[in-house]
Design a protein around this ligand. Structure first.
Ligand code: GLC
Ligand code: CA
Length: 533
């Protein structure tokens, strides 16, 4: 990889769910000016980029992933001037701006679809997929229910891989491809530094083979979008189901496609499906990370490091301990992920050890996926079971307003928020966390500061040295520099490694010894600089 490409390893991205981050004007909805006010907080945490989930004009059927105008902002979030000020302020502080780019579908309220559905000879008709009979009747929408919906006016069905209100655009149409290039350029001209590309592999389908995503044209489309002089330099991360055989072709430096993709394999542990718990071992997660570290290193591409996002219940509730050892578990996982080679992504609230909420009625939720799940499973489970499943896996866990302090409104808003606060906000909020001796946020700050200062942690090679399956131990090496990362799991144990002692760089137990071979406590994590192995 060239140095120019390698610099993406210096990014640390903080993901913002704008509706729930910070409400600056007291209407119960987070907004752009709210993000601007919290940039110092993000900078102090150690991030140097923010990814903002969609703030474009949208009927909000899928909280902004249903866009009705790609060049306008949703008024609740603010004006274009607010956005331009945000970009300016962020850039002044060395923070890059990454926008969400939703190219697989528009909102059904988008002008293109409003026209397209009128008649078969409307100039926009071909912007979407139509058929007199569903081409692939077996396809289910990702949010449940059939993926084809009937449209009276034309006597046809249209495809929606997600909600009915999110018709898939027809990427085989060159006009559509040109439209999306223009949309990218519009935001690049506004100073945007990168894009997180929503369900990007869905843009190429293979109806004959029954493939809803990752169709044969995916690479051509991505090159058409991103291999242009105007956008070549920008950061891109794709939400793709890339596996070992497909990932390198989509994000190698020589490809002109994406800079990296999210690889989701490690998110499957601890659950059978999105809403159903399943036993797991932390080793499953560790060994998956280890595999991808080796694979990305060998094949020269960037792995992405993340535990949470806006689409899942909290990682620390699913895989870790969100009760008595919440601090230890949250900080151990932070160490385990963010001392690896790759591009760190943190999701708002993760840095204070956020945990799942516990609500009791469906009306306490506001997510199309949750509502569809409830409807489709009403006959299979009792009400209580359904709510338990939603509390476990529902996306609203991560979408509830950020808690900044423990006073009324939790420092998020002065009025009732658009979605109820997390039921644990009184305990888990920024101010209370900072007041504790064991502060998760302070640990995150130290960890990211260490990463930002240490080239070996950002760029170094990875080597798995785990002596057993109850811990994850790895070495990062760059030239003469070596960092050893020890992450112990639930059980206290003696860990012996054939390394010389070094200098302790970080410990989540306030431990001060430089002795590497010793007893490690439950969820203990330590980073050492060592001389040799
Ligand atoms: C992605 C987004 C998710 C959204 C879906 C449809 O998976 O992360 O929030 O609902 O795409 O756009
Ligand atoms: Ca607001």
């Amino acid at each position: 990889m060239t140095e120019n490409f390698n610099r993406f390893l210096d990014l640390t991205v903080y993901q913002i769910y704008p509706k729930s981050f910070y409400d600056s004007n007291g209407d119960g909805i987070g907004d752009i000016n709210g993000i601007a006010e919290k940039l110092e907080y993000i900078k102090e945490l150690g991030a140097n980029a923010i990814w903002i989930c969609p703030i474009y004009q949208s009927p909000q059927c899928d909280n902004g992933y249903d866009i009705s105008d790609y060049r306008a902002l949703q008024p609740e979030y603010g004006t274009m001037e607010d956005f331009e000020r945000l970009v300016q302020k962020a850039h002044g502080m060395g923070i890059k701006i990454i926008m969400d780019f939703v190219a697989n579908h528009t909102s059904s309220e988008h002008k293109w679809f409003q026209e397209a559905k009128k008649s078969r000879d409307n100039p926009y008709h071909d912007y979407y997929y139509w058929a007199e009979q569903p081409l692939t009747p077996q396809w289910k929408s990702v949010f449940g229910g059939p993926a084809w919906e009937y449209n009276e006016a034309t006597g046809e069905y249209y495809l929606h891989s997600f909600a009915v209100e999110q018709p898939d655009v027809n990427w085989t149409n060159p006009k559509v491809r040109k439209e999306f290039c223009d949309i990218l350029d519009f935001w690049v001209d506004k100073g945007v530094d990168g894009f997180r590309c929503d369900v990007l592999d869905f843009i190429s389908k293979d109806f004959e083979a029954g493939k809803m995503y990752n169709g044969p044209m995916i690479h051509d489309y991505l090159q058409e979008l991103f291999n242009r002089d105007k956008v070549k330099h920008i950061f891109t991360v794709g939400e793709c189901q890339a596996n070992e055989s497909s990932i390198r072709a989509i994000c190698g430096e020589d490809r002109g496609e994406l800079k990296c993709t999210f690889q989701f394999e490690h998110l499957r542990f601890g659950r059978k499906d999105k809403f159903t718990k399943f036993p797991h071992r932390i080793w499953d997660t560790a060994s998956t990370l280890s595999k991808w570290e080796m694979f990305s290193q060998k094949h020269d591409f960037f792995y992405t490091l993340f535990t949470d996002n806006h689409d899942n219940g909290w990682f620390n509730s699913r895989i870790g301990n969100d009760e008595a050892l919440r601090y230890e578990s949250a900080t151990m996982f932070a160490t385990m992920f963010y001392a690896l080679r790759g591009i760190p992504f943190l999701y708002q609230g993760q840095e204070i050890g956020a945990a799942n909420a516990s609500y009791s009625k469906l009306t306490d939720f506001d997510d199309v996926e949750t509502f569809n799940f409830y409807k489709e499973n009403k006959d299979r489970f009792t009400e209580e079971e359904l709510i338990e499943k939603i509390n476990f896996g529902g996306r609203d866990n991560a979408r509830r307003p950020m808690a900044w302090n423990s006073r009324e409104g939790f420092g998020f808003s002065t009025v009732k928020p658009w979605l109820g606060y997390n039921t644990r906000s009184g305990e888990i909020n920024v101010e209370s966390d900072l007041q504790r001796e064991k502060s998760i946020l302070r640990y995150y700050r130290k960890l990211l500061a260490l990463r930002n200062q240490s080239r070996v942690l950002r760029r170094g090679d990875f080597l798995d040295l785990s002596p057993n399956e109850d811990c994850f131990v790895y070495l990062r090496t760059l030239g003469e520099e070596r960092c050893l990362v020890v992450c112990n799991f639930e059980k206290e144990q003696q860990i012996d490694l054939s390394v010389t002692n070094g200098e302790l760089m970080l410990s989540n137990y306030g431990c001060e010894t430089a002795t590497v071979n010793r007893i490690y406590k439950p969820y203990e994590a330590a980073i050492y600089r060592i001389r040799s192995i």
